[in-house]
Design a binder for this molecule. Sequence first.
Ligand code: C6P
Length: 403
Amino acid sequence: MKQLNLKHDFPILDQKINGKPLVYLDSAATTQKPQVVIDTIVEYYKSSNSNVHRGVHSLSERATDSFEAVRSALCQYINAAHEYEIIFTKGTTDSVNLVAHGFRSLLNPGDEIIVSELEHHSNLVPWQMLAQVSGAKLVFIPMLESGELDISILDSLLNSRTKIVAFNHISNALGTVNPVKKIISAAHAVGACVFVDGAQAFPHMAINVQELDVDFYAGSAHKMYGPSGIGLLYGKSEWLEKLPPYQGGGEMIAEVKLKESTYAGLPHKFEAGTPNIEGVIGWGAALKWLEGIGIENIKKHEDDLLIYARGLLSEIPDVIFYGSAKDRAAVISFGIKGSHPYDVGVLLDQMGIAVRTGHHCAQPIMTSFKIPGTVRISLAAYTSKDDIDMFIVALKKTILILN
Ligand code: C6P
C-alpha cells in the first residue's frame, strides 16, 4: 500500500516515551499539530496580536482580516451558503449547548427530541437538559450489536411532535459512519430540525453541508490538526435567525440601553466577548495544511491502515472487537479477554504506545455491551504502518504479561 509520510511535519512525534519511540494512537481524542500551526500562532502573537472587530488601528484590522479569512475558508471548505452561517464556538460541546439552549424557548411540553444511542455525552447531556427544562420527551434511535443505528425503525419514531433529531456523523467510540443523508431526509419529512455532531467526521472525510441539507453541523479544530478551545457551529441562516443568543456581552449587540438591548445580526449574535483569536488563526493554518494533503488522500491512507490494523488484531485470539459496522472510520475499539482496558492502556504506555481506554465519554454504548470500557486506537494522517506494527508487538507483550 502506498502511504502518506507526514511525521516530519509533527515535531511532537519525534520523541521517546518511557524510553521507547512514541506511537501516538489517540488522535480521536485530539490530533497532534503540524509545525505550520505552531508557527502561525507564534507569528500571530509576534506581529499581529490585537482584539478583533473593535479597533480602527492597523493592528486590529490586520487581526480582524486574518480572523475573518478563516471563517471564509471554513465556509468554502464545508460548502456553506453564507459566511455568516459559520459561528465560532469553543468546540463541538459548546456548539451542541448553544443550539440545545436556544431551543428552550422553541419547545413545548409533549414535543419530542430524537437522539441516537451511539452518542458522545456532548451530544446527549445537553438534549437531556433541554428535555428537563422544556418538558419535551427524549426518544432514542437504538444501536444494534454491530454498532450501527437501527434505521429500519426510524420512520416509526418520527412524527409531527418530533422537533429535533440529533446524532453523530462518526461515532468516537466505535468508528461507525452513520447514514447521515438518509436520517436527515426522513427527519425533514416530518419537519424536524437536524443537528449533526461532526467532531469525528471533520478530520476524516469531506463535509458538504448543503449537499447533506443539514440544519446544524458541529466540529472542533483540535480534532483536525488545529488548536484546542476553538470549533464551529454551522447553521442554516433560517435556523440561526430563529434561535435566541446563547450568551450576552460585548460584540453580540446592536444597541444597549440600561434595561434592554437589541442584538447584532449573524454571526456576531452568537459570538459574545473576545473570541479565541489565535485559535481561529491557527485553525486556518491547519485547514490549509489539511487541504494541501487532500482530505481524500487522508481518508484513503487511514482506511488502508484501518484494514491493516484490524487484520493483525484479528489474528490475536484474546482480542474482542466492539463495533463491526460495514462503514467505519479511523477507530478500532477492542477488549482483551480477562483483562481490564485500563491495565492494557497502562502497559502499552510503558512501551511508548498512546491509546485511549475507558468509556470514551460514551457510557450508554459501554452499558449496552455490558463492559466498563474498551481499548481504542484511533488514526490520523500522520499514523504509519510502522506505528501499527509497533503497537501490535507491544499488545502481544501486554497480553503475555497480563496472562
Ligand atoms: N471526543 C474522544 O476521545 P470537544 O471536547 O467539544 O472538542 O468534542 C466533544 C466530542 C463530541 N462528539 C464526539 C463524537 C466526540 O468524539 C467528541 C470528543 C474525544 O473521543 C474526547 S472525549
